[in-house]
Design a protein around this ligand. Sequence first.
Ligand code: MG
Length: 163
Amino acid sequence: MTLDTPILIGHGYDLHRFARGRKLILGGVEIPSEMGLLGHSDADCLIHALSDAILGALGLPDIGHYFPDSSPENKDLDSLIILKKAVTETGNQGFKLGNIDLTLVLEEPKIAPYSKQIKEKLSDCCGLEVERIGIKATTNEGLGAIGRKEGIAAFAVCTLIKD
Ligand code: MG
């Protein structure tokens, strides 16, 4: 494969555990919730999965390489900065985002009331029409750690197209 490949596909996954006294931020949007997600950054697992999908499509290392959780300067980092880095790398390789498809796995809270706001936030950050951004949420039917409401997982798929 060469960099002349017209379409690249990326996939990303992330999971963060719930913690009290933290804000819940998903897709750059603060969502009212009793519990937030634990992490060195703002723990936005949706953006982490998406950023890894983009970097993966480009054949680059994962977000931990660029924003190590051992670095004090990344403490409580706004994850939109991570996503912007991935979008910049996309442009550097002569590509742009084609579409994004995201899935959150969580028992609560309900995400649907915030999906429009999340899409608009991601659209701004990625320079991609909201019509090319999909956000879905599903429960784990009470099974496993997510079913026990111990955390939230996110899956992301994206395409990058030659610009
Ligand atoms: Mg993460």
